[in-house]
Each structure stands twice: as C-alpha cells, then as structure tokens.
Design a binder for this molecule. Structure first.
Ligand SMILES: *Cc1c(COP(=O)(O)O)cnc(C)c1O
Length: 378
C-alpha cells in the first residue's frame, strides 16, 4: 500500500501509541480524584498542557483540550458570537475554510449573525485589501485558516494578525493543517485563538486543542464539571491528551528536518506530473504551500474515477477533502480559486509524509499517467 492521504489523517506513530498505553491500563485514574492514581493522570495533563503551550509560545493556562479540530472551530465561532452579539454579530471568514468553520457560520447566520466570506485569488490566497475594507464597527471576529486542506496554500497569517490587532478585532486561525508542520508563534503572529487536531500530525484521533489568549474572554462550550477550568467539562481523555502531547513534542523537534524532506518529495512529484501528464494543472500556491501537499486538476477526467483506479493499485489518495467524499458537487475551495466546475471535477490530492519514498512516488506518477490516459480514452 502507498499512503498519500496525510491531509485526511496520519498514522499514529509508535512512540505516541507507546506513550498512551500506560494511561489505558495502569494509570487509569480520573484526573479529578484525590488519591495517587488520580494524581498520576492529573500530572500527565499538566505536563501535556505545558508541552503543547511550549510549541506555540503560549502559556499552559491558554491551552484547552477538545475532541479535535471541528470542536475547537465550533467553540470559537459559537462562543464569540454569543458573547459579543450585543455589540453586533459580524464575523469575517473566507470562502475556502474547512466545513467545520463554514457550516458553523451558516448555522450562526440562521441565528442572526452577519458573515462576510472573503474571496481568494487563483492561488487560494486571501485578499488583504478586501479584509481591511470588510471590517466594520460591529465586527467581532476574523477567522482565517492557516493553511488550506484541499489545495495546500499557506495564508499570510502574520499580516492578517497585524490587521486584526490594528482594528482591535479578535483573530482566530484554524491551524489544523499547519500545526506540527509549520512554525507557529501566537504572540508574534497576533493570534488570539487557534485550533489544532492530533490526528493531523501523527497523534491520535478524537483529541485536539484550542489556544485561547489569556486576555480573550471566551465562554464555556460544554457545561458540567470543573474540567478545563470549567470551560470544556467532561472527564479528560487522558490517554488521548498524553498522545497529542507526545506527537506535538516530536513534531516540533523534527519539524525542519521533516519539512525539508517533504518539500523535496513534493516538488519532485509536482515536477514529474507536470512534465509527464498532459492537461494537469497544479491547484494552490506553488511555493507558499504545505510541505507534503500536492494537488492537481486533470482535464477530461472525474477525480472519483481516478481515485478508484488508484485504489485498485494500492494507492490511497483523495479528491480534495475526506469530509466531502460522497458530496457530488465540485469543491467550494476550487470554485473560490476560480477553477471551472468542469475542471474542478478532475481534482486529485496527494499528501505525503516523510515516511514515503522516491520509489513510491515513481510508482504513483506512472500509475496516474496510465489511469488518466485510459479514462480519457473511454
Ligand atoms: C481535518 C481538519 C479539520 C477537522 O479536524 P477534526 O479533528 O478531524 O475534527 C478542521 N479544519 C481543517 C483545516 C482540517 O484539515
């Protein structure tokens, strides 16, 4: 099997699994209990929070553990809207966000929020002038993703942070694709709120975190016990939290090394596809893109058909986002980047990790060339 769908999810690394195991079997205490077994869990939570905070230049009390990226995004949008609704409910986001943001915005619109969806250029980059012009006295939040899951484009987060700071508007970034892969410094980048998810950087599924700047007042998301300083109640997922921290530590330690290897493989794959497959168009920005991210539209084929034929050769890839599989419409991200509907139907995403090899990439290019030619001839 050749796995090229790391933007959908990653393999939980063996070090991470090993770090988690004792917290299922031996140290199963509730972190809220006062006896020794409970305090073992509590200590693990404290350490995990410090580790995660350290990777983004935050303080431990600014990290809240959640059940993943979707929950973190929901929390921010709903809680900011609820708390600031009295001074207007205008939120600025983009047309290319993940559905965790877009569908939450749609829900908030039904509740009375007004939302501006920013355009992107042909490379998927947000228009900063349009952002500035969209800010109004009742704007309560700017939410722009750090890097896009479908086309890999990295957004100018620092500049967006500066603009948000200048106008005194809260800034949230969905950094689910970026965290663990790109350097993040929340203070320098003027980020008030940041979402991340364990399974996108070799951690376990179902655990993520939300960074909330200590000067930002954010309402509770799940009501109940005192966990997560009463803002996200429910017995902590201790093994998951230990796992996400182990993955975060590893990712930040080897980030540069890994990115170098992945960028080299990425550019090799892009180069060969462009040279050897006619009618292949790169989507997203050529250089301002995630290290392991390759995405193309192939003229005259259906992405889904290509995927099925790749699967028959043991190659795992995606047509864009795993979350839209089964959704027959063309990708909202590609349409926002000005790709025609016809062309958007031929989209393929190949997202690699440092575990892939050049030999695998050669096999993939050859399979892809054969499949595209065959489908076009049918
Ligand atoms: C995967 C992803 C999410 C959702 O994260 P989950 O942990 O799977 O809920 C949100 N935003 C982006 C950009 C993603 O890639």
């Amino acid at each position: 099997m050749i796995y090229l769908d790391n933007a959908a999810t990653t393999r939980t690394s063996s070090e991470v699994v090993e770090a988690m195991l004792p917290y299922f079997s031996e140290y199963y205490g509730n972190a809220g209990s006062i006896y020794g077994l409970g305090s073992k869990s509590k200590k693990a939570l404290i350490m995990a929070r410090e580790t995660i905070a350290g990777t983004i230049g935050a303080q431990a009390n600014e990290i809240y553990f959640t059940a993943g990226g979707t929950e973190s995004d929901n929390w921010v949008l709903k809680a900011v809207y609820e708390s600031c609704r009295n001074r207007g409910g205008h939120i600025i986001t983009t047309k290319i966000e993940h559905h965790a943001v877009l569908h939450t915005c749609k829900y908030l619109e039904e509740c009375g929020a007004r939302i501006t969806y920013l355009d992107v250029d042909k490379d998927g980059v947000v228009d900063l002038e349009q952002l500035k012009k969209s800010i109004r006295p009742d704007t309560i939040l700017i939410s722009v993703m750090y890097a896009n899951n479908e086309i890999g484009t990295i957004e100018p987060i620092e500049k967006i942070g500066e603009i948000a700071d200048e106008y005194g508007v809260l800034f949230h970034t969905d950094a689910v694709q970026a965290y663990g892969h790109l350097p993040i410094a929340v203070e320098r980048m003027h980020i008030d709120l940041l979402s991340a998810s364990g399974h996108k950087f070799n951690g376990p599924k179902g655990v993520g975190f939300l960074y909330v700047n200590r000067r930002t007042k954010l309402g509770s998301f799940i009501h109940g016990g005192q966990q997560e300083r009463s803002r996200r109640a429910g017995t902590e997922n201790v093994p998951g939290i230990v796992g996400i921290a182990a993955a975060a530590e590893h990712a930040s330690l080897y980030m540069e090394e890994r990115a170098t290897v992945e960028c080299r493989m990425r550019d090799y794959l892009i180069g060969r596809i462009e040279a050897e497959i006619p009618g292949a168009h790169l989507t997203g920005h050529r250089t301002m893109r995630l290290p392991g991210h390759v995405s193309f539209c192939f003229e005259g084929v259906q992405g889904e058909s290509v995927l099925i034929m790749l699967d028959m050769q043991g190659i795992c890839a995606s047509s864009g986002s795993a979350c839209t599989t089964g959704d027959p419409g063309p990708s909202h991200v590609l349409l926002a980047a000005g790709v025609t509907e016809e062309m958007a139907r031929g989209s393929i995403r190949l997202t690699l990790s440092e575990e892939n090899t050049m030999e695998e990439l050669d096999i993939v290019v050859e399979a892809l060339a054969r499949i595209v030619e065959k489908l076009r001839g049918m």
